[in-house]
Design a protein around this ligand. Sequence first.
Ligand code: SF4
Length: 701
Amino acid sequence: ALSVPDKKVESLCPYCGVGCQLTYNVKDNKILYVEGRDGPANHGRLCVKGRYGFDYAHHPQRLTVPLIRRADAPKSGDMAMDPTRVMEFFREASWEEALDLAGSKFAHIRDTYGKRMLAGFGSAKGSNEEAYLFQKLVRTGFGNNNVDHCTRLCHASSVVALLEGIGSGAVSNPVMDVTKAEVIVIIGANPTVNHPVAATWIKNAVANGSKLVVMDPRRSELARISHRFLQFKPDTDVAMLNAMMHVIVHENLVDKEFIESRTIGYEDLKKNVEGYSPELMAPICGIDAETLRYTARLYATSKASIILWGMGVSQHVHGTDNARCLIALALMTGQIGRDGTGLHPLRGQNNVQGASDAGLIPMMFPDYQHVTDPKVQAKFEKAWNVPADSLDKSPGLTVVEVMHAIKKGEVRGMYVMGENPAMSDPDANHARDALASLDILVVQDIFLTETAYLADVILPATAFPEKDGTFTNTDRLVQMGRKALDAPGQAKPDLWIIQQLGQRLGLDWQYTHVSQVFDEMRRTMNSIGGITWERLEREHAVTYPCTKEGDPGQPVVFTETFPRESGRAKFVPADIIPAAERPDLDYPMVLITGRQLEHWHTGSMTRRALVLDALEPDPVALVHPLDLAAMGGQPGDIITIESRRGKVGLYARADESSPRGAVFVPFCYYEAAINRLTNAALDPFAKIPEFKYCAIKVTLG
Ligand code: SF4
């Protein structure tokens, strides 16, 4: 007989930053199916992950009871993950015992070795309230600013450039503005795969006459419908973008009035791009001079041009410089501050925007208020009811820096909530070694991830449909996620777990409802000051900035001024910096990592979703067919990819979208964890690692 839902719950998709609204149809505490709702970002549309990716919540491998590592259990970074052997390494414990052990070990390290000896990674998959409370625990319970999350691995460089140039790290215009744009530029992003519903709005816009320009070393699906496709050589973004700016300056296509009235630093930029003529840059970036000129003219002279970008721009040692060039392009042509224009770094995880806003970053308190500013410190000491002068005044360590600090003995204990650095960190062997050497690693998650495998205490948490909370999408839209299911076994809400640990670290926290955390956030974060919990319950979604109650929220910002001290945006010139590791005779090819449509980040959820796993069950590497043929291989053959840091074996898939000499590998497969190979070299400004470029060799078998 057909199952009929006994409950419908209006909530959100747990995956990407598009933030699609959906309805969970539930019967007997099981989700039967999901339907799209008419939310501002999706208007009923869902992609394959949103529609079929929900059953991970019911998977038999869910963690349902706290676990403590057995005293005689081995622990080393090179252990292969084997979920069937969990109970050889761990024993079940009561919540009391697990929390007491975690809390007492953290307190011991803090009080014996010093406050900076502890660190925490929160999660962009958690709610705003969880992110806020987690960073508050690290700052007031651990007593330092060593708190970070996966934003460091995705758009940290974009945020640094945006804060520096225009005073705000968020997008200027929503994705939906592509439908108002005459020209849409997509660079270093593959929305069809990573932001699928956003890609459908782009396709609609093209069908209605917008001109799409795709710039990418890989031929994405959107390139097929583009007006121009610029397949530039990997790692040459600055050369290409500076050449475009050179054209705009030389052909006087700049918006003089905008530059004079709303910006500073233009003369420096102009001087810098002088040396980047299209003729000089063409052999470097692989795009002929005439195409560079045409594209520059097209972007500069349209009535409304919008730029959207992804991790192809941000994950380089020059990621901040790449973003600086995009910002400069928009500023010099006045393509910002109006409908259909602007800058949109496409956020990856469904709450990476909100988690960053809520202060889950080591250099800023909530709402991007600097930890080094005495006025800000005093404000938060008062708001959090902690003694004056007690908050740490130094920025904390970032994701990759924490791993180095562990190896140097400068961090001895870690609390990881919902992140999986053993899979997602660059040079993952190094990260696994570091995690395995901690005095204590506490992991809070819903599955035994590769990181949890190295933990001393594992705390079973709730999945997305098992709790209430707010989430902020890539458009700055704060939306309500609602509880549809009861958690399995003894699994507990993340907020409850954070609070319990906080109490064991001496914090007098008594939150009884998630809305109390949200209210506290509103009081310390001007950007969401006007958004009440009741309003979100009623309206489901409100865009920030929304500073006063009744404020409708502002989807398009910078219409009059930029939120910098002078009110003006700033040009920051950039020069060419090569990748940290170039191909050579020993490692002649280039590795590009990323995601695929069916799987989400490290795969812990989607590889446990029946339909998604059936669609993409095995680790694959996308290789140009001519490269594959040159090594005597066929599609489906097993190949070994090796860098200076490690090697993995996976199936070869012939793929003409990859340029010759480059191999694309998704990072979601634990049995072929590609981040064992990636390079931990960092962008000096944002500390983001270079996931998009390292040297490899590929062999058959
Ligand atoms: Fe979910 Fe993103 Fe797909 Fe929307 S586009 S259904 S938010 S994964």
